[in-house]
Write a protein of this length. Structure first.
Length: 369
């Protein structure tokens, strides 16, 4: 079936909420329930009754000699690539999972305390989003990190399921909904029906890999080394997933690897498209694998309804057009794709009685060991 071109790049406008969403009330005002999108690049925190209260980079700056935390979040991100030898700015999460447990715990405690503010005497109930392909060991690490921050109860939900809820899809119908969530460290792809994931995969490719691919391309083509933050700015300013989507150019500065001196050069959209070809193909293969394993009836629903694209990486220009063209299935960009996952945790918290059994809890993880 050939795709009609009107589908490419179309935004998702139908934002029906299948469950009750956040409202007001005294009991909610006193609640300290928290939803966390624990991303490799960014952490979003939702507090019940207040909405999304934090959107901060997952970065911590530490003094190497003292091992003292110097900055967390946006302030620490500004130090990436710019610190002296005695200070290191690190990302404690790598490819969607905890790479440094202690630093992750410090960062989470900081954000949860900051989010609760005047309600610090409450021990919050926390729902955390994790990539679809995490192991029980990785799940246990997240639960322990959250529990040690003072959480009363901790629950985990797969990112694509939370993203589908946050995007307004009625995932509890006996029909197929497909979501592709492009995060900083992973891309989670899932087909959901009747509230559960039918088929899914998680590829360790996301926005960070896009930046790394641009750095490698500039180094290979020009013998110039640029930083990952410069690569990210280049990706946002002129980058694209589809060669016919835009045609721009930008000046970048880096260090010439031959002379060792600073150097400026001009990069075009077409060059960024070439640089991103490899990571985009990996995501495309993940999408195709899930589609190939999807039962025929659900596949028919997906062709009719299309696939929803969420996550910060989904904002890459031409992404929906690229995936639509390669799969001949319509792809749509969700409204507010960056916040879809954390908005999904808000719906989970509001409907915990119905959804609790389908979530990953410390009890379920402990029983698997």
């Amino acid at each position: 079936m050939m795709l009609n071109s009107v589908f490419a790049g179309k935004r998702l406008l139908n934002t029906r909420q299948p469950l009750r969403t956040t409202g007001g009330g005294l009991s909610m005002a006193l609640s300290s329930d928290i939803g966390i999108d624990l991303g490799t690049a960014t952490i979003l925190v939702f507090v019940r009754g207040k909405g999304i209260v934090l959107n901060e980079p997952s970065v911590v700056a530490i003094g190497q000699q003292t091992q003292r935390v110097l900055a967390i979040g946006a302030e620490a991100q500004r130090m990436l690539g710019r610190t002296p030898g005695n200070i290191v700015a690190v990302r404690p999460l790598k490819e969607g999972v905890i790479a440094d447990f202690d630093i992750t715990e410090i960062m989470l405690k900081h954000y949860i305390t900051k989010a609760c503010q005047k309600r610090r005497f409450f021990r919050p109930r926390v729902v955390v989003c994790i990539p679809a392909g995490t192991t029980t060991v990785e799940q246990k690490a997240v639960i322990e990190a959250i529990s040690r921050t003072g959480a009363r109860e901790t629950y985990l939900i797969e990112e694509p399921r939370a993203a589908a809820l946050g995007a307004g899809l009625d995932v509890f119908e006996p029909s197929g909904n497909m979501v592709v969530d492009i995060g900083g460290g992973t891309s989670d792809i899932a087909v959901i029906s009747m509230g559960e994931i039918v088929e899914s995969t998680s590829v360790r490719v996301g926005g960070d890999k896009f930046d790394e691919a641009i750095v490698r391309y500039i180094k290979k083509e020009y013998n110039v080394l640029i930083g990952e933050r410069t690569a990210e700015q280049l990706k946002i300013a002129i980058g694209s997933a589809h060669p016919g989507s835009r045609s721009l150019q930008a000046e970048v500065r880096g260090r010439d690897l031959v002379t060792g001196l600073p150097r400026s050069l001009t990069v075009t959209t077409q060059q960024v498209v070439q640089a991103l070809e490899e990571p985009l193909q990996i995501i495309l293969q993940g999408v195709k694998q899930v589609l190939e394993r999807t039962p025929p009836e659900l596949a028919g629903d997906i062709i009719e309804r299309g696939v929803v694209l969420t996550g910060g990486g989904a904002l890459l220009d031409g992404f929906t057009r690229f995936l639509s063209q390669e799969t001949e299935v319509p792809f749509y960009l969700a409204e507010d794709p960056i916040s879809c996952v954390v908005k999904g945790t808000a719906i989970v918290l509001d409907n915990m009685n119905q959804l609790q059994e389908s979530l990953i809890s410390s009890r379920k993880v402990a029983s698997s060991f």
